[in-house]
Design a protein around this ligand. Sequence first.
Ligand code: BT5
Length: 334
Amino acid sequence: MVMEEEILIKAQDKENKNEILLYLLKNKGNYVSGEELSEKLKVTRTAIWKHINVFKKLGYEIDSVPRLGYCLKNSPDLFIPEEIWKDDNIKFLGSKIYYFDTIGSTNEKAKILALEGAPHGTLVLSEKQTKGKGRLGRKWESPDKQGIWLSIILRPSLTPEEAPKITLITAVACAKAIREQGVNCAIKWPNDILYKEKKLAGILTEISAEMDKINHVVVGIGINVNTKSFPEELEDIATSLYLIKNEYIERVPLLLTFLKGFELYYSELEKGNFSEVLKEWKNLNCTLGRKVRIIGKNFEVEGEACDIDEFGALLIKKDDGTFERILSGDVSLR
Ligand code: BT5
């Protein structure tokens, strides 16, 4: 058996965050003296100096000026865990962060970690995936440092039949974060974020459950951020923020906006306010009111997508006037 190449950069609990890097990140653009750092963080000046050199090797541009101290000028736009922990508005996501340079699939890794007991809110991120997955074993193109390839481990108090709601709240958080970049994307039920009918992001929700109880959920999100070109077979169906805006987009701020939105909608879901999120979903979707064809595991349905119910299922009005409730499938817009 050939072993998957897996290069881990960091696996860290939030309690063990690097306070020096965090302090520099929170004071980006300003000088902080070695004395201030050493007093506030109770570390020696030599230790600070050693850490600064490690951060520089990671790509952080840090000025050191005698008497003024250290100033973080530029960050490398990588998913170093402190980049997430620097945002105090993010509460439970990132309780533990696994950050890889290379991995087969963040979802596959997250499923293993979940079985090993990884806590609610654990994040798995990788700069590239060699076996990124879509639904039904399809492939997800995940080129190096060009996107956000992320999996979230959740331990929700939902019943298994409510699991599709998680895909919907993820889609809302994802679409909203992308719209903040000025890109008018829309959600195609159940798991696509489209811009002008081309796929900008996809979601893959996988659950481990018993009859009436979810053990854990792994929700995978892939967002094409700075992809400049796609393989031929995806050229007509995929796009990226870079291709839409014709400029390089910083990934870290986009990730932070997504995580904050996700926490907001997830807490609504846990409080029993899913209908509020559903309203947002309806505002952002491009499926309802359209003629669609849905291909599922053992069925094919055509008709008008007329509504989505409180479980996140799609209601189709067929040409003969009867209705069908669809839980999953591939939708093509007619
Ligand atoms: C999805 O599946 O859209 C789910 C994608 C989830 C990806 C994330 S990345 C982090 C996490 N770890 C993983 O291994 N996966 C998740 P589906 O609806 O089945 O769409 C898959 C189809 O989208 C493929 O068959 C291609 O046609 C197309 N596709 C592949 N890569 C793409 C890309 N980067 N951008 C747009 N379309 C793509």
